[in-house]
Design a protein around this ligand. Structure first.
Ligand code: PHE
Length: 495
């Protein structure tokens, strides 16, 4: 295209303007390819403004193979006429067929129509002394000029499939305000060298083309985390769960902590563990009656609880944060469930990202994914929770153990452990419990409704499954792309 650009510029310099780029010839005196030329015109005009151009649309008639054959050797009807000897005798059709083959059939009809031939008994004889093969003449004209003055002729020949219309595009070109014979090199990227030498100050940068489409990827591979997420989603769907909307990373402290009966001076709320937002820093949109009930249960208790007995402040609840767990979404979902006219048992799940202000090391990142499940129904017991854990985790791991634990929002609470063959020890794979009445009853849920819930990190089973022992090999800039490409699909039988 560099060559074409120069060709356009020198032609413009010599002629002042180019009426139609079809006239430009390259160094071999051949017509230039108009599509390649368009590339050259675009780059000379777009941000350089060296030339201006307009599109010329033209139509040209081109002969088909059969049309060319006729232009070379004459029409079928002319061939028929020529094959018939002059005189009263003429020729029998079978003879003619031997001479001309298929041409006889096609040419005969047209020759009769033209009144060039007639019949004498069984013989075909000439009806005129000489003929003008107009079809051939028309086709020759079209072949040499691409046009014909009589549109009826064109229509007729097109119908006979002897020629066809083609659209051709060419351009008219004039000098632009920045016209010059030399194409200044435009810099695409700023380089370290340019920065060091100071060259970037004078450099002529190519403008960004924000309309350009990216190079379409030829293929892709799911990240191991996404493979495991897909497998877990299928397990949840199979078990009749509904996916919770977790598409908001920012939550208020209210839904993330207060609604979960987590006291405001709880260490996890400390800025060391939680990322708080600066701008905007607070939310003021809360269901007021529910908020009052949450305040009351924290301060004075109720529903059989004595509460925490501290001075609950709305300012703390208003603080916006990056959610520290997806249980923030569960609390919002349960609040909505409580507001439904009629209670229906519910099974919810989500798998999405959460954020914690932790020191990053081989097993911790400041963000990770949580798998969360919630079941609400009348009369659920701890036995149901254990039974359910056996079923759910049993799809991934064998050998489960439960250990009593503490969460501000569940009682009882259990950590779930699995025996890891490789490590030769019990490792924690999840946390679970039954949501407390102090959390559920202020929402308006009937005291008979019990909610069992559990959570686990998506990273833990993924790392075990794919034999990755450093989280930085799974996420972030050190990830080896071929690892993502080559690892197998996730089917939970191998952990
Ligand atoms: N939210 C808990 C966590 O972040 C997990 C959990 C969910 C525990 C539901 C009990 C019930 O670890």
């Amino acid at each position: 295209t560099e060559e074409l650009q120069t060709l356009v510029l020198t032609t413009l310099d010599a002629k002042g303007s180019i009426g139609n780029t079809k006239e430009i010839k390259d160094s071999d005196d051949k017509e230039v390819d108009q599509l390649a030329l368009l590339g050259a015109l675009k780059s000379l005009s777009l941000d350089k403004e060296m030339v201006r151009y307009e599109t010329i649309e033209d139509e040209i008639w081109v002969l088909t193979d059969e049309g060319n054959e006729i232009a070379n050797k004459g029409s079928h009807e002319a061939k028929v006429f020529e094959a018939i000897p002059a005189g009263e005798e003429g020729i029998v059709i079978s003879e003619l067929q031997k001479l001309l083959g298929d041409t006889t059939k096609i040419g005969q009809g047209q020759a009769f129509k033209n009144k060039w031939i007639t019949k004498n008994g069984n013989n075909l004889i000439r009806a005129v002394d000489s003929i003008v093969d107009q079809t051939r003449i028309d086709l020759e004209t079209i072949r040499s000029t691409g046009k014909h003055l009589n549109p009826k002729v064109l229509a007729e020949l097109k119908k006979r499939k002897l020629c066809d219309k083609h659209k051709i595009i060419s351009y008219s070109v004039t000098k632009g305000p920045q016209f010059s014979l030399t194409i200044e090199k435009q810099a695409r990227d700023i380089t370290a060298e340019m920065l060091q030498s100071g060259e970037w100050k004078q450099a002529n940068f190519k403008k960004y083309n924000f309309d350009a489409l990216g190079i379409p990827p030829t293929g892709g591979h799911l990240h191991p985390l996404m493979k495991v997420r897909e497998e877990l989603r299928q397990i949840f769907f199979e078990m009749g769960f509904e996916e919770m909307p977790t598409n908001k990373y920012v939550e208020s402290s209210f839904w993330n902590f207060d609604a979960l009966f987590q006291p405001q001076q709880h260490p996890a709320r400390d800025a060391h563990d939680t990322f708080f937002l600066k701008d905007p820093a607070i939310s003021t949109q809360f269901p007021t009656e529910y908020l009052e009930r949450v305040k009351e249960v924290h301060t004075n208790g109720g529903y059989g609880s004595i509460g925490y007995g501290y001075n609950w402040k709305i300012e703390e609840a208003q603080k916006l944060l990056l959610r520290t767990h997806t249980t923030a979404v569960s609390s919002f979902m349960l609040y909505n469930l409580a507001r439904k006219k009629e209670f229906k048992p519910a099974k919810y799940f989500s798998i999405d990202r959460v954020f914690r202000n932790e020191t990053v090391d081989a097993t911790h990142l400041a963000e990770f994914n949580q798998v969360e499940g919630v079941i609400a129904d009348k009369g659920l017991t701890l036995g149901d929770l254990i039974g359910f854990m056996e079923t759910f985790f049993g799809k991934m791991v064998k050998n489960l153990r439960f250990k009593p634990a503490y969460n501000p929002y569940t009682e009882p609470s259990m950590e779930i452990f699995s025996y890891h063959q490789g490590l030769g020890k019990w490792v924690e794979i999840g946390n679970s419990g039954m949501f407390r009445p102090e959390m559920l009853e202020p929402m308006g849920l009937d005291p008979e409704i019990r909610v069992i819930a559990w959570g686990l990190s998506l990273e833990r089973p993924t790392m075990i499954k794919y034999g990755i022992d450093n989280i930085r090999e799974l996420l972030g800039h050190k990830v080896n792309l071929s690892m993502i490409e080559s690892n197998p699909i996730c089917a939970f039988d191998l952990i």
